[in-house]
Design a protein around this ligand. Sequence first.
Ligand SMILES: Cc1cc2nc3c(=O)[nH]c(=O)nc-3n(C[C@H](O)[C@H](O)[C@H](O)COP(=O)(O)O)c2cc1C
Ligand SMILES: Nc1ncnc2c1ncn2[C@@H]1O[C@H](COP(=O)(O)OP(=O)(O)OP(=O)(O)O)[C@@H](O)[C@H]1O
Length: 142
Amino acid sequence: MTTVVAQGTFDILHPGHVHYLEAAAGMGDELHVIVARRENVTHKEQPILSNRQRRDMVAALDAVDEARVGHPEDFFVPIREIDPDVIALGYDQHHDEEELAAALAEAGLDCRVERASGREEVREDELLSTGKIIDRICEERC
Ligand SMILES: Cc1cc2nc3c(=O)[nH]c(=O)nc-3n(C[C@H](O)[C@H](O)[C@H](O)COP(=O)(O)O)c2cc1C
Ligand SMILES: Nc1ncnc2c1ncn2[C@@H]1O[C@H](COP(=O)(O)OP(=O)(O)OP(=O)(O)O)[C@@H](O)[C@H]1O
């Protein structure tokens, strides 16, 4: 039984999120997702949707076995609870694979770090980024 963890903001779901979560699910037998708490999203605009709503939408996807809102301060608390074999980073996530693997080892967590593939826009009308969807809404509805 191989347990995989994926994580991210997942504000306003789109096919890029589904691609990531399906790729992560394909790395093992059971996929757990940690949804970033609003206050911990500091590298870009904070999410529009609540922690709970983002968690519920991710949990509703076929690829996902369990989704939870992340810990407010210590990112290793949910990891210890889930005890995964693999952490699947998203294709564009800023976390460094080697640094994360070293931090996990130092914390006594036996877990490897993999990087999922990205999904490119293949059609002109596809929007595979939450930021781009929000920009489009602002252009067309505001
Ligand atoms: C291994 C790991 C565990 C994480 N655990 C949490 C957590 O418990 N709580 C939280 O708010 N964010 C957590 N995060 C942070 C976010 O999921 C993510 O790094 C970031 O804030 C949003 O990334 P995005 O731009 O890909 O959506 C974790 C990140 C990693 C790599
Ligand atoms: N097009 C995509 N292909 C594959 N994975 C994706 C794609 N878009 C997002 N992801 C992955 O989904 C996870 C959550 O991403 P996030 O919530 O930051 O979405 P986003 O659409 O990239 O947001 P933003 O446009 O605000 O940067 C991350 O691991 C990210 O790498």
